[in-house]
Design a protein around this ligand. Structure first.
Ligand code: MYR
Length: 185
């Protein structure tokens, strides 16, 4: 069977309407399971989940701007704050916060208060290296890129891997203003 492509993940987010949380969680689990079957290597699954998320993230920005009253963010700090506080609520139904800023304001952590992707999930020993929620890192990477910020987004802590929190580290690599697709007015 062909690997599950970006379209599968996209469908979950595409309507922007309320989706039954259990169905959403189980559907995501089925996608991850299928990727594990098709790709066999967890590193490849991690990459594919991130890529699926990226493809979703670059499209979510339009919907986000259409539905929220958020105006253009002035910098990386404000953008990460909006993603955590407004974006996560809008698309995942959970709140998140931004912490752990480094001295030059280019690296921070997004802490999830809750993570609906992992309800009912327990990873078997064969999935030790799996970043099960890697779709979320990709979504944030894609969304940031659409507002002209190239960033590395990685899991610093993952409760499925035995950590005490879900923490995404977001590191700004560079700003690319010419990729910003919106006008200021
Ligand atoms: C701006 O125009 O500068 C603000 C744009 C903020 C981008 C917000 C994109 C929302 C992405 C939400 C991620 C949700 C993860 C589940």
């Amino acid at each position: 069977m062909a690997p599950v492509g970006p379209r599968s993940g996209d469908a979950i987010f595409a309507s922007g309407e309320r989706v039954n949380a259990e169905l959403f969680t189980l559907t995501y689990g089925a996608i991850v399971r299928q990727l594990l079957t098709d790709l066999e290597e967890v590193d490849e699954v991690n990459k594919q989940l991130d890529q699926m998320g990226y493809n979703i993230g670059i499209r979510l920005v339009d919907e986000f701007l259409a539905k929220s009253n958020v105006s253009r963010c002035v910098d990386f700090k404000e953008t990460t704050d909006v993603i955590a506080k407004v974006g996560f609520k809008m698309f995942l139904g959970v709140s998140a916060s931004v912490t752990n800023w480094d001295a030059d304001g280019t690296c921070c952590s997004i802490m999830l208060d809750d993570n609906p992707l992992v309800d009912f999930v327990e990873l078997p020993d064969t999935c030790q290296g799996l970043y099960y929620c890697n779709i979320l890192s990709g979504v944030i990477r894609g969304a940031l890129e659409m507002v002209s910020m190239k960033a590395d987004v990685t899991w610093a802590r993952d409760m499925l891997r035995g950590d005490d929190a879900f923490e995404l580290q977001v590191k700004l690599i560079k700003q690319v203003p010419e990729e910003y697709p919106y006008k200021d007015d």
